[in-house]
Ligand binder design. Structure first.
Ligand code: NDP
Length: 237
């Protein structure tokens, strides 16, 4: 198991769900971890106190705030951009402002955070974006806007991997399938429908996604970059 003693890690969007599991994983392996959140102050405080990490309230939809929070951290060994929102619905009806805000959080934030992190990141640094298997496959109606955000980070990671490869910095995307969180609870009304697309008919656990993040951030993954790492119970198979 990788050990992150002495490593400095920032998780954008870490108060709940997959992000919180990533914070817990890195903190449990000795890293100095900070994470951002938008509204869930109570959850953020509990997580920070349980893990010894630092919670920072910062809206990922605000470009200047994203750049500032990354810059303020100084030289990061690992940046994880996990913050995401999900807007589903008939594109003829769905609120255009909600779609644009989702694009701000899911696409613009990862780009600006990654670029800002790379300015100070040392050789061997790691940038990990949490995308979705929906970047590859959107097997039901109402998900076009969400899918576009998760496809966008695929191209972003491929390009940034080439931009930052000479510095020894890797850029990868984790693509979860249905994972049990507030965004997509396993006991929710859509579960059976989602499981019908999957080879392993259950939701993933946030800790399983955090394990993949730990691998990608660790020393064994230094030759892995510009790649999509799907962890989806076969949703996209
Ligand atoms: P949750 O809704 O459970 O948690 C989202 C996290 O992101 C929270 O910590 C939240 O902070 C933070 N966040 C959201 N918006 C902002 C913002 N504007 N600024 C700062 N932080 C923000 O989601 P999940 O854990 O399920 O999802 C995490 C990522 O995984 C997302 O990118 C999502 O698209 C992706 N994903 C999830 C899947 C699933 O089935 N769960 C499947 C595929 C991909 P706060 O608590 O303050 O709101």
């Amino acid at each position: 198991m990788a050990n992150f003693n002495g490593k400095k890690i920032l998780v954008i969007g870490g108060s709940r769900g997959i992000g919180a599991a990533i914070v817990r994983r890195f903190a449990s392996e000795g890293a100095t971890v900070a994470f951002t959140y938008a509204g869930a102050t109570d959850a953020a405080k509990v997580l920070a106190s349980e893990t010894g990490s630092t919670a920072i309230r910062s809206d990922a939809a605000d470009r200047d705030a994203v750049i500032k929070v990354v810059k303020d951290q100084g030289a990061l060994d690992v940046l994880v951009v996990n913050a995401g929102t999900l807007v589903l619905g008939d594109p003829l009806e769905v609120d255009a402002d909600a779609v644009d805000r989702m694009i701000d959080v899911n696409v613009r934030a990862p780009y600006h955070a990654a670029v800002e992190a790379a300015r100070q990141m040392p050789e061997g640094g790691r940038i990990i974006i949490v995308g979705s298997v929906n970047g590859d496959r959107m097997p039901f109606a109402g998900g076009a806007a969400y899918a576009l955000t998760k496809s966008a980070v695929q191209g972003m990671a491929r390009g940034l991997a080439r931009d930052f490869g000479a510095k020894g910095i890797t850029v990868n995307v984790i693509q979860p399938g249905p994972t049990s969180t507030d965004m997509n609870p396993e006991d929710g009304p859509m579960s059976d429908f989602m499981h019908s697309f999957m080879a392993i008919k259950r939701h993933g656990r946030p800790e399983e996604v955090a394990g993949l993040a730990a691998y990608l951030a660790g020393p064994e993954a230094g030759f892995t970059t510009g790649a999509l790492h799907t962890i989806d119970g076969g949703f996209g198979a």
